[in-house]
Design a protein around this ligand. Sequence first.
Ligand code: 6PG
Length: 242
Amino acid sequence: MQNKPQIRVYSSRTAAVQAFGAAFARAAERAITARERFNVVLGGGNTPRDAYRLIANEHVNEIDWVKTHVFWGDERMVSPNDPESNARMARETLLNHVPIPANNIHRIAGEKDPQQAADEYHTEIERHFRGAAPRFDLVILGIGADGHTASLFPGTAGLQETTRYAVANHVPQLDTWRVTLTLPVINSASLVIMYVLGEDKAPMIQHILGGGEGETVPAQLVKPVGELMWIMDAAAGALLKA
Ligand code: 6PG
């Protein structure tokens, strides 16, 4: 039985960023108190930038970074120094500014062949969880205007994966390959935060959360065994009824 999603709409972008930072720090504290470890999957794209900067500035001392392990929900097939790289974005906004050991950063090798990068990432996750089924404490996801999440785009093969933890997913919409976490891993999380800002996402938020009918999009397949929390600003939630 899935928990009912928590939907939090904040009056401003700043309030949503602050709320996300506080939720991140709370998740870290809860996990480290319980098991001396915080396994977190970072979201990519642009939305999380301000929140990662805020965590580095305002929450850095609340989190035991030596006990924190960082993974990614997906990666573009580019070098880690490419402006498109999700790893670069997280490094520039967060990881270069907190005392996290290099060995605690588990990057997807975007510079490699997609299948090789996916297989290596699957193995890294398997090793990290010592062969047990992975259960991340926090998975951070965004959504695209088409309802994709991580790099699980509508109609792509990655959506069908039921055993591998990560796959190379061809995205015809972008004529490119991505490496992405798969739904079984995402849905095994203790907490998934869907973090969405901006009016361009309002129609898709309405589609997903407005109780409407219509085609199921990938973001609607995120149904974690733990908690699902939506954190958004009023612009993204503008079409939702009160
Ligand atoms: C990526 C992301 C992707 C992202 C959405 C939203 O690599 O692009 O993981 O799922 O979260 O596309 O992107 P924006 O935050 O840039 O709108």
